[in-house]
Design a protein around this ligand. Structure first.
Ligand SMILES: *Cc1c(COP(=O)(O)O)cnc(C)c1O
Length: 393
């Protein structure tokens, strides 16, 4: 089965050799009936677990009523979704899209148009400042400002108009801002880079610097947002409000791709009819699932769980320091764990964990990322940490 896939699927991934057939909550089951605890959670697309009953019920209800209209017509689910996002985030307007990359692309377009129409940047001169080590998706424009050679090599020519500065370096960021700057686009925590958490004050500093420079602050919370770090958004840790907020992954409840740009009314209003769009963006099924996700987050239960279980995760990882783990970074229920290279590569550790019934994903050689569904129990998490201890030993 795995071999058949290898012959007919593009080889743009190197999956672990497990063929998943079923899943519920934090557990997935392979074609042979073996069970695994899912510590990746679809890169945080499964924050509420696999097939969360409330989300599945919302999807079923919508499947039986109305699934797609296109934006040529109104549908009766979309306005409620946008209102829910506004209430959840403290921002005003939503542009619904599908994938994370589309939300990023949309924000780039909005920021550029805002720069020309509102800030008065000369035509064709707008720049967007981004951070070293970023991950914002895979389109040609987005890989144009990636610093990961494997994401870029062979895909040029690239889109101009981006300036890359070191992450977590406010002085370098401020030095890159000028009259051409439309926006600063950063991840509040860099997930793909290995869960890199900037110093306290960095996000508030970005907010202040962008305000002073008269440009927009775009926070890509596609992976860090929606409960993962113990707050609704990772920027909440510094009580910062960006001008544009990018959401995706968990917004689709692990069921359908749903992404959004949520932002200030005066900024979002640069888009007028006919200037941007998406056939599937804001479809009734996506809006129904997205609204159900917003309702789950409005209870605060998942943010609370991420905080509490994050302590269990932190304790477990602290105990492994010097015993195969050289360091880790964690916030909420999210950690990047650096493995002592002599013990094994991230990939090897992932394969050994798989044999123990635990699924994780390596990133950047010797780092593994731990991001279980926020529905995991403390005992399940301790069990997985025990498996990690075993495969490191
Ligand atoms: C996953 C991710 C994206 C891209 O989302 P896709 O749905 O895969 O296009 C963008 N930004 C961040 C921070 C991500 O983690």
């Amino acid at each position: 089965m795995i071999r058949a896939e290898h012959d007919t699927l593009a080889h743009n991934y190197h999956p672990l050799p497990v063929v998943v057939a079923r899943a519920e909550g934090v557990w997935v089951e392979d074609v042979e009936g073996r069970r695994y605890l899912d510590l990746l959670a679809g890169y945080s697309a499964l924050n509420f677990g696999h097939r969360h009953p409330g989300l599945i019920a919302a999807a079923h209800r919508q499947l039986d009523t109305l699934t797609l209209t296109s934006r040529a017509f109104h549908n009766d689910r979309l306005a409620g979704f946008a209102e829910g996002l506004a209430a959840l985030t403290g921002l005003e307007m939503t542009l619904p899209m599908n994938t994370g990359a589309e939300a990023v692309e949309s924000a780039v377009k909005i920021a550029r148009k805002w720069a020309y129409e509102v800030k008065g940047v000369a035509p064709g001169e707008a720049t967007i400042v981004v951070a070293d080590g970023n991950f914002h998706g895979r389109t040609t424009t987005i890989v144009s400002f990636s610093t990961d050679e494997s994401a870029r090599a062979g895909f040029g020519p690239f889109t101009p108009g981006f300036r890359v500065v070191p992450y977590n370096d406010l002085a370098a960021l401020e030095a890159a801002l000028d009259d051409t700057t439309a926006a600063v686009l950063v991840e509040p925590i860099q997930g793909e880079a290995g869960v890199l958490i900037p110093d306290d004050g960095y996000l508030a500093g970005v907010r202040e610097a962008t305000r002073r420079a008269g440009c927009l602050f775009i926070a890509d919370e596609i992976q860090s947002g929606l409960g993962r770090t113990g707050t609704t958004l990772a920027v909440d840790h510094e009580s910062v409000r960006p001008d544009l907020l990018l959401l995706g992954k968990a917004l689709g409840g692990g069921i359908v791709p749903v992404s959004a740009v949520v932002g200030r009314r005066d900024v979002m209003s640069v888009l007028r009819p006919g200037e941007h769009g998406s056939t599937f963006g804001g479809n009734p099924l996506a809006a129904a699932v997205g609204s159900a996700v917003v309702d789950l987050l409005a209870t605060g239960e998942f943010q609370r769980r991420a905080t509490e279980l994050g302590e269990v995760l932190r304790e477990g990882l602290t105990a492994l320091l010097g015993r195969g783990v050289t360091g880790f970074r964690a916030r909420g229920l999210w950690a990047g764990v650096d493995i002592e290279p002599s013990v094994g590569t991230g990939r090897e550790i992932s394969e050994r964990l798989m044999a123990e019934g635990v699924l994780v994903k390596d990133t950047h050689g010797s780092t593994i990322r731990i991001a279980p569904p926020l529905t995991v129990t403390a005992d399940e998490l301790r069990g997985a940490l025990g498996s990690l201890e075993k495969v490191l030993g």
